[in-house]
Every structure is written in C-alpha cells, then in structure tokens.
Design a protein around this ligand. Structure first.
Ligand SMILES: *[C@@H]1O[C@H](CO)[C@@H](O)[C@H](O)[C@H]1NC(C)=O
Length: 256
C-alpha cells in the first residue's frame, strides 16, 4: 500500500524529487519504522516507540490529542515511563491530560485517520510546510517562571536548493533526538532547547504555538484540517509548489 501510494504521488508530483528514496533491501526496517506512526489502537494511552513515547488523549470535545514525548515529559505529565497504559473511562481525566499535553506541544486532531494519511505522505517525502502542524517542543523551568519553546517543521525532506521559496520553519536538526533524549530533568531539557535556539516566554499565554484552553487547541486543529484538505487536491499542491512564495500570514496560527 505504501509503495502504491508512493508511485501515485511520484506521478502526481512529478517535479518533486524524492531525495531519500527508501532502499528496497531495507524494506523491513522501513516498515518497522513507519508502522507505529501509521496505525493506532483507540484504546491506548501510551505506546513506546524507538525514539519517543506516543501519547494519545481522548477529550470530550471528540477527536484526539496526540504527541510524541520523551521520558522527562512523561514524568511531567505524571504518566508511567515503564509500563504502557490504556485510556481512561473518565472524561474528566481525559480532558485534563489532553490540556496538559497541549501545553507540552501536542496537537488536537479530528481523528487518527487524518493524521496518519498525511503523516504517511510526509514520510514519503512530500513537502507540507505550513499545511501540517509543526513539531512544538516545550520546556518548563523548575523555577516555575516562563517557558522555552523550540519548533521545527514536520517535513522529512529539505527544499531543493534552486527553490525560490524558503520553508517557513527549519527542519528537525540532525542531532535533535540524540540530544533531547539525554535530558533527565525539565531544567536539562530547557538547557537543550536553549542550545537549539528556543524562544523564551515569560508567560505561556504569550506563545501562540501553545493553546491556553482545549477549545483553542481544537480550533487550531480545525485550521490545520482545512489546510490538509487543500493538500488532498493535486492541482492545489502543484500550484502551491510551483507558485510564488507564500505570505507569512498564511502560516500564522489563528491565535493572536
Ligand atoms: C489495555 O487493554 C488491553 C485490551 O484492549 C489489555 O489486553 C491490556 O492488558 C490493557 N493494558 C493495561 C495496562 O491495562
């Protein structure tokens, strides 16, 4: 199914060069790497993956709040770092976790399928830029003062050198996973985020990448849902990729 989709996209987006073609001889590893990012059991809360823990909350608003977190963040969320867990049957507990996850950079999605469909395309090397929620990484100093935020693009592929347009966000730094996963405390996490050039906000409400309420998180998710719908229109994608540079307004989150 992955390769059928890849060939379709290869034709549909003919002028895009996939820089990182999967090596057929490593097919098993590719599948092993991708599978956890594309399948979901709606009963699970935590699922331990090679580089992070996938956490899902099921808010009463409907949809899911999804994030990929490190050990320090699991501890911050008061979730087990040693045993996988299932969702709660208590909606209050789910709403509470959902909001705390949003405060740590997670995103609300209307359903898992929308996420998986587009994540799959990102793994295939399709550029999304501002159409897909960025990877938002948050650190709360133990002093209780302020918040560090470092975000990067969800895109797997870099833009071609000759492209006139520049991505609205940097790609994930090559040493990101190794560095951030060594932090043992929130303060160490903040130090690493700082080293990567994170922005400091004295008040978390000043950061437009972090919703204050669940409702705000849902609205931001709905905004991305509309952008992702555009990305399902081949003609739109083609025009977007070959068109002039997008105004930075188009990439601004709804929150002001
Ligand atoms: C989670 O639910 C599954 C059934 O869907 C069950 O087999 C498993 O033991 C549960 N795990 C925990 C930690 O409760």
């Amino acid at each position: 199914m992955l390769s059928a989709l890849a060939s379709f996209l290869w034709v549909a987006l003919g002028h895009q060069q996939l820089q990182m073609q999967p090596d057929p001889s490593s097919g098993v590893n590719v599948a092993m790497y991708r599978e956890p990012y594309l399948s979901h059991d709606p009963n699970t809360r935590t699922e331990f993956l090679p580089l992070s823990c996938k956490i899902t909350a099921y808010p009463s608003s409907g949809g899911i709040v999804l994030g990929y977190f490190s050990a320090v963040e699991l501890a911050h969320l008061d979730l087990s770092r040693t045993k996988p867990a299932n969702r709660s049957s208590d909606p209050v507990e789910e709403d509470d976790l959902a909001l705390r996850m949003l405060h740590l950079g997670a995103h609300w999605w209307p359903n898992w399928q929308l996420y998986a469909r587009h994540q799959e395309r990102i793994l295939e090397g399709i550029l999304y830029d501002f159409h897909f929620p960025p990877n938002v990484n948050v650190g709360y100093p133990s002093s209780g003062k302020g918040v560090w935020v470092f975000k990067f693009s969800a895109d797997e592929r870099i833009w071609d050198e000759e492209d006139q347009r520049k991505p609205y966000l940097e790609r994930k730094p090559d040493d990101w996973d190794g560095r951030i996963n060594m932090a043992l405390t929130m303060d160490e996490r903040c130090d690493v985020l700082k080293d990567f050039g994170a922005t400091f906000y004295e008040d978390v409400e000043d950061c437009k990448d972090i919703p204050t309420t669940l409702q705000e998180g849902v609205e931001e998710g709905r905004r991305y849902e509309r952008l992702l719908k555009k990305m399902e229109d081949t003609k739109y994608v083609d025009e977007w990729l070959s068109g002039p540079e997008v105004s930075s307004d188009a990439s601004m989150p709804a929150k002001t």
